[in-house]
Ligand binder design. Structure first.
Ligand code: GCO
Ligand code: MN
Ligand code: MN
Length: 408
C-alpha cells in the first residue's frame, strides 16, 4: 500500500512536471517577438561604453528561434547601417531573409531609426528645419519599403527626438501639424502602394529629449482621431514609458484595446519615475505584469507579444539569452497563473459578489430617453443602505498575492 501510494504520488508529480515544462516552453504560436535592437543592445549608456560585442542580426534570428520566439522586429538601421549603398542593402537583406527562412522566423513589425544620426538632434518630423523633416519622411518611405519586403504588417512610430529642451525653440502647434502631415503623407503612401500595413504610435514622456511631444498613449489616442485615415493608425503602448510617467500601464492598454487601437505592445519592466530602464519583462512589477498578461490572454488579443527590453549591463552574451528566455518564461508563467485565477472558486466567488448584474437598471441607464429619465427619477436608491457593505477587496488582493507567490 505504502509503495503504491508513493508511486502514485511520484507519478502525479512526474506528469505535472512534464505538463508544466511543456507549458513554460516558448513556442512560435505564443507569438513572442524581440527587437533586433533589444538582444543586440551592447550595454552602452551615457556613462559607459559597450560591454558586449555587437550581435549580428542573423545570429540573433538563430538564437531567438532556438529559444522558441516567433520573430524579430527591426529599425531600418538595425539591419542596414546608415548610409549603405543600394547594393550593400540588397546583399544584407538577402542574407537576412535566408536566416529568417532557415529558422522559420518572421518580421511582424518594422520601424525607422529617426533618432541616432546627428541630423535628428532637433527632431525628425518635428525638427525646425524643413530639410530634416523632408529627410525623415524620405528615410521612412524607404524604411517602410524594407519592412514590407520583410513581411511586416505593423509599422511603429516612436518619436524619440520629437521633443524639446527649450520651449522657446518651437511654435507648439506647428509640431503637432508637422507630425500629422507626416503620418498622413505616409498613410497615403502605404495605400498608394497597396501595402497591407498599419501604423502604431508609441508614446514616451521623455528621454532622449527632456520632453517628448505627445507623451502618453492617451495623447496618441486623441491625435489619431485627427488624422486623415484614423482607421489605419493605432498605438504601441510600452510598459516602461507609461510607468515613467507615473501611469497605470494596464489602464492605458485597456482603453486602447476598447477603442480598437491596440495594434502592438512593448513589454518590459520599469521602476516608476526613473530613466527608461527597459528591464526584463516581469522582473520588477509582478502584479502589474500579471494583470497585463491576464488581460491580453482573457481578451485573446491577437497581436504579437513583443519584448522591448534589454539585458542588464552587467551581462555577457549568455546573459542576453538568459534575459530573452526569462521574458518569455515569465510571460508563460503569468499566463498559467491567469488560468488559475480564472478557475479559483474563492476568487471567482468574490468577483461575482462584486460584479452583480441588474439588467433592468442597466437598461435604463445605458441610453437616454424620456422614459428612462423618468424611470431613473422614480427610484429610491437608499444610498446609505448601499454604502453599508464593503467590497472584500483586501481579501481579493491577498488571494491574488498568494496565488502569485505560489501558495494557492
Ligand atoms: C525606447 C523605445 C524604442 C522603440 C523602438 C521602436 O525607449 O528606446 O521604446 O525601443 O520602441 O525604437 O520604435
Ligand atoms: Mn518601445
Ligand atoms: Mn522604451
Amino acid at each position: 500500500m505504502f509503495v503504491l501510494r508513493c508511486f502514485g504520488y511520484l507519478t502525479v508529480n512526474y506528469w505535472e512536471e512534464i505538463i508544466m515544462s511543456n507549458l513554460l516552453q516558448p513556442k512560435p504560436e505564443d507569438q513572442f517577438t524581440f527587437g533586433l535592437w533589444t538582444v543586440g543592445n551592447p550595454g552602452r549608456d551615457p556613462f559607459g561604453d559597450q560591454v558586449r560585442p555587437i550581435i549580428k542580426p542573423t545570429y540573433s534570428v538563430q538564437k531567438l528561434s532556438q529559444l522558441g520566439a516567433y520573430g524579430v522586429n527591426l529599425h531600418d538601421n538595425d539591419l542596414v547601417p546608415f548610409g549603405s549603398s543600394a547594393r550593400e542593402q540588397d546583399q544584407i537583406v538577402k542574407e537576412f531573409k535566408q536566416a529568417l527562412d532557415d529558422c522559420n522566423m518572421k518580421v511582424p513589425m518594422a520601424t525607422t531609426n529617426l533618432f541616432f544620426h546627428p541630423v535628428f538632434r532637433d527632431g525628425a518630423f518635428t525638427s525646425n528645419n524643413p530639410k530634416v523633416r523632408a529627410f525623415a519622411l524620405q528615410k521612412t518611405v524607404r524604411s517602410i519599403d524594407l519592412g514590407v519586403e520583410l513581411g511586416a504588417k505593423i509599422y511603429v512610430f516612436w518619436g524619440g527626438r520629437e521633443g524639446a529642451e527649450v520651449d522657446a525653440s518651437k511654435n507648439g502647434p506647428d509640431t503637432v501639424k508637422w507630425f500629422r502631415e507626416s503620418i498622413n503623407f505616409l498613410a497615403e503612401y502605404v495605400v498608394d502602394q497597396g501595402y497591407d500595413l498599419k501604423f502604431a504610435l508609441e508614446a514616451k514622456p521623455n528621454e532622449p529629449r527632456a520632453d517628448i511631444y505627445m507623451p502618453t498613449t492617451g495623447h496618441m489616442l486623441h491625435f489619431i482621431e485627427t488624422l486623415d485615415r484614423p482607421e489605419m493608425v493605432g498605438v504601441n503602448p510600452e510598459f516602461a514609458h507609461e510607468t515613467m510617467a507615473g501611469l497605470n500601464f494596464l489602464h492605458g492598454v485597456i482603453q486602447a484595446y476598447e477603442s480598437g487601437k491596440l495594434f502592438h505592445i512593448d513589454l518590459n519592466d520599469q521602476k516608476m519615475g526613473r530613466f527608461d530602464q527597459d528591464l526584463r519583462f516581469g522582473s520588477e512589477s509582478i502584479k502589474a505584469a500579471f494583470f497585463l498578461v491576464k488581460f491580453l490572454e482573457d481578451m485573446q488579443w491577437p497581436g504579437m507579444r513583443h519584448f522591448d527590453a534589454h539585458a542588464y549591463r552587467t551581462e555577457d552574451e549568455q546573459g542576453v539569452w538568459d534575459f530573452a528566455a526569462g521574458c518569455m518564461r515569465t510571460y508563460l508563467i503569468l499566463k498559467d497563473k491567469a488560468r488559475q485565477f480564472n478557475e479559483d472558486p474563492e476568487i471567482q466567488g468574490l468577483l461575482s459578489e462584486n460584479q452583480q448584474r441588474d439588467e433592468s437598471l442597466e437598461r435604463i441607464v445605458a441610453t437616454y430617453s424620456n422614459g428612462n429619465v423618468e424611470a431613473l427619477q422614480a427610484i429610491d436608491f437608499q444610498p446609505d443602505k448601499i454604502a453599508e457593505k464593503g467590497h472584500s477587496y483586501e481579501k481579493l488582493d491577498q488571494l491574488t498575492v498568494e496565488l502569485l507567490l505560489g501558495v494557492r
